[in-house]
Design a protein around this ligand. Structure first.
Ligand SMILES: [Zn+2]
Length: 414
């Protein structure tokens, strides 16, 4: 795939100085937030007027800049004003979770313009599985109908541990001699940035959601598993190698269930979609009545249980409330540790709203100290199912310093 700034920025600097200068022009206009003249561009980039004219002409031809008027000057000359032709550059956002792959085309306002999902998928740490992911991305790009040279780069939000700095995925697709980001970058011939899925959710909340104005916040990703993104002093915390935020593996209570990590007693064995399925099936086996009883105890997915709770199913509500209380109690420890002003519940459970938030508040009240608890509000994410992909888009645009806040629109399928 040919993109605006082929390969990483550092490579582009040596391979194509003009591409690097064009990026700086786009960044300068984006950061300034208003139209700019060629002499102003030349001063910012420290280049000659003929070079400035050449670069601006190329950006206009590529559809990235447009003329929006003339600047009034005291000496009578009126140089043309140039602004970004906004929707004309994009990021490809990819989300890889345990049971699905999602691909989206995203603009700098983090609007999802096009979107496609593959649900007949099972994440495994094999080359075959990675090939399946890359084939699906290629299919989406072919159906994308976007000019390739308007794509800035690709972001990948993947479950498991990720070291964004090195571009390595630690849990999945860890078998190559190169970091996963480099491998994908070579394959698709575009810059690729990777991040843990929950931190992408945190980026979406920080750029578009409840956490926009929060300097210290905890974003919970509660879906099949349980993760957290921590925002501390306005920064997303990754830890020294990408392992931070493993709330689901915090040891909790005296229970002795074995976790996927191999240890005993992790919070994630009690809280999350997988735990909810287990608890629900156990209750059905004990003949507890439920709207889902007719489906039999086998094969009920946690999102069906969430739907049943929203329809008033007492068994579903009771189990979710117990889970919410446990989660809140555990969260109280995080509140004591970090003193956040905000907790956002994201992931699939977010749509439950107060069915889960109220018991979470009760649980927090039992373990959190009174003063940090008083100043911490808790909200369900309002960003919907595409939140994570928007966060992946933010990862790309943030790298190019091109993040903007714009109105969210509905996506169109590829
Ligand atoms: Zn664990």
């Amino acid at each position: 795939m040919k993109t605006i700034f082929n390969k990483h920025q550092d490579d582009a600097a040596t391979k194509n100085r003009n591409a690097q200068r064009k990026l700086r022009i786009i960044q300068a206009i984006s950061q300034q937030g208003e139209a700019i003249t060629i002499p102003e561009i030349c001063r910012k980039l420290d280049v000659s007027i003929p070079t400035g004219i050449k670069l601006v002409n190329e950006l206009q031809e590529e559809g990235l800049l447009k003329v929006v008027g003339k600047k009034e000057n005291q000496n009578g000359r009126k140089p043309l004003l140039y602004a970004l032709n906004n929707p004309n550059f994009f990021a490809i956002a990819v989300e890889v979770s345990i049971k699905r792959i999602s691909v989206a085309l995203i603009d700098p306002g983090l609007n999802v313009l096009k979107y496609r999902q593959k649900t007949d998928f099972k994440l495994e740490n094999t080359q075959e599985c990675l090939n399946e992911v890359m084939d699906f991305i290629s299919q989406c790009l072919e159906g994308c109908e976007v000019k390739e040279d308007t794509v800035l780069g690709m972001g990948l939000g993947i479950t498991g541990r990720v070291n964004t700095e090195s571009g390595k995925s630690i849990t999945y697709f860890n078998f190559m001699d190169r970091p996963l980001a480099t491998y994908l970058s070579d394959h698709f011939n575009t810059p690729v940035f990777i991040e843990n899925d929950t931190r992408c959710l945190g980026m979406a909340e920080k750029n578009l959601g409840h956490a926009m104005n929060a300097s210290n916040a905890v974003i919970i990703n509660l879906s099949r598993g349980l993760g957290t993104a921590l925002i501390v002093n306005d920064s997303l915390v990754s830890g020294s190698a990408g392992y931070a935020g493993e709330f689901g593996h915090m040891h909790f209570g005296n229970q002795e269930k074995i976790c996927l990590c191999g240890k005993v007693g992790c919070l994630g064995t009690l809280v999350g979609g997988h735990a909810l399925e287990e608890q629900f099936m156990q209750q059905l086996a004990e003949s507890q009545p439920s709207l889902l009883s007719g489906d039999g105890p086998e094969g009920i997915r946690y999102d069906q249980i969430l739907d049943a709770a929203l329809k008033g199913d007492q068994l579903s509500i009771r189990l979710i409330q117990q889970m919410g209380r446990t989660l809140g109690y555990a969260l109280g420890n995080i509140i004591n540790l970090l003193n956040p002003e905000l907790v956002v519940l994201g992931g699939k459970f977010a749509r439950l709203g107060n069915i889960i938030l109220d018991p979470m508040r009760s649980g927090m009240a039992e373990s959190a100290l009174i003063n940090p608890l008083k100043m911490c509000r808790i909200e369900a994410s309002a960003l919907g199912d595409l939140a994570l992909l928007k966060g992946v888009g933010a990862l790309v645009f943030e790298h190019f310093e091109l993040l903007q806040n714009r109105i969210v629109e509905n996506p169109v399928y590829f």
